[in-house]
Design a protein around this ligand. Sequence first.
Ligand code: GLA
Length: 393
Amino acid sequence: VPFHLNPDLSDLAAEATRGLQDHFSAKSDFTAAAPGRVNLIGEHIDYCGGLVLPLAIHRYVVICATLNGSSQARIHSATTKETATIDLSSPVEVGEIPWANYLRGVLRGFQNRGHHLPGFDAFIVSSIPHGAGLSSSAALTCALATLLEGLLDTVLPTREKAKLCQQAEHDFAQVPCGIMDPFTCAYAQADHLIYIDCQTEEIERIPFGDPELTFLIANTMVRHQLSDGAYASRRREAEEGLRLLGKNQWQDVTRSEVEERWEELGDPINRRALHIVNEIFRTTLAVSAIHRNSIESLSSLMSASHHSLSDLFEVSCSELDLMVQLARNIGPAGGVLGSRMTGGGFGGSTVTLCEIDKLPDIAASLSRDYKKATGITPQLFASRPAQGAQLIR
Ligand code: GLA
């Protein structure tokens, strides 16, 4: 098979329900699903108050649960086959099992908002490959937050829910992520891109429902060690750059200001700054290209974004560069309309805009050529923009 089909959301929900039954002998009362995402353009600028243009994909974390009458949450993951037991009678703290800390952070977020949490049993399944840069962690936190809305019979304002999830990741998993992933997960709508102004936190949903186009996601299957430390250091460099430029926000910085102060900023801050201002501008251009239906401009913006991430921001790697190059070699004649790395980088996935009828050939060729060059079989699947976090029942 050249590429993997997306498992149906209803099949995942059924799997979670069966898991809850087998593992806890309990019937499911609530099921929540939250999607992964790819970012079309606007990379590594959410934490700079920039503009980003992601979409949710048809890959999900699904949690189903039932109240257990105790003061404990018992949560089992089908992926790691571990159960986290979390005491809810006092403020939840960081504890054992790394993935469970994302959940603890969400539970604490609800407690901090004055909610008394009842004990529950939960079973989690996921079709989002872990470590593939597809935001499996925001999907995990958003799925639990959505489930808790069901259990508590309450609805948080979407922005507050997304911020609670981001905070959980900051405080309980020590990942200084931006708002892009939880906002996408919480706000996404089928057949729309989510245009987020990360400075004002305003969002706009942009229709992207052309039935002839689809996104091909190619997981390189590599994840380089330096990813966490390097992410935090890019954040620091960006803050330092803004300080040296004497500005309050990146959206006020122009390209010529960066160029005029190139020497003063010094390397690598000057290159980081140039990426940030150009990438913010490219995202605005991509939005107008989509409004004009100019796929050609979108395609060159995606290429420029990738090169900038590779050369100036230095968050790509040889495998991502190769995957993007292979897609570009296929080109528009073969149905490839644009390709770039997506997400945090240092491995993970690329996103390629494709003509849907050429998808099988594109996937077969990427898979074959990537394997030939690296010895690694990539994981490929297609998705159109999906719905955000939701209670299924
Ligand atoms: C990770 C972070 C996001 C964003 C991207 C890069 O996915 O979680 O907040 O910074 O990297 O665009």
